[in-house]
Design a protein around this ligand. Structure first.
Ligand code: SF4
Length: 101
């Protein structure tokens, strides 16, 4: 039997633009979350029905999670993880967050 996919929630375009601006600042400033925060975020995404596992992309926001999860200003569009679990770590992520699949 086929498992029906839940309808994908839409993200407001102005919210999306604001998030992209914040993410760009994080990338320029080389701001990253800590290793444990990064792993916790990825674990949450891996358990989420909206993650496309083949590309590691979120169906709700359209972002590549290996990159988005490393940025302190990033938030899950469904509130599963947020700024509250973040702190800025100015060093480059060991995990190679720039090496998206
Ligand atoms: S960002 Fe949120 S909605 Fe998207 S895959 Fe991760 S947990 Fe799911």
């Amino acid at each position: 039997m086929f498992r029906r996919m839940k309808r994908v929630p839409r993200q407001n375009i102005s919210t999306k633009i604001k998030e992209v601006k914040k993410a760009t600042k994080d990338i320029i400033n080389k701001s990253r979350v800590t290793e444990s925060q990064y792993k916790n975020r990825l674990k949450t995404c891996n358990d989420c029905i909206y993650l496309m596992r083949s590309t590691n992309m979120c169906r709700v926001c359209g972002c590549f999670m290996k990159i988005k999860a490393a940025l302190p200003s990033s938030v899950c569009p469904l509130g599963k993880w947020s700024l509250r679990d973040s702190s800025v770590n100015p060093t480059q992520h060991d995990d190679g967050c720039e090496n998206s699949d």
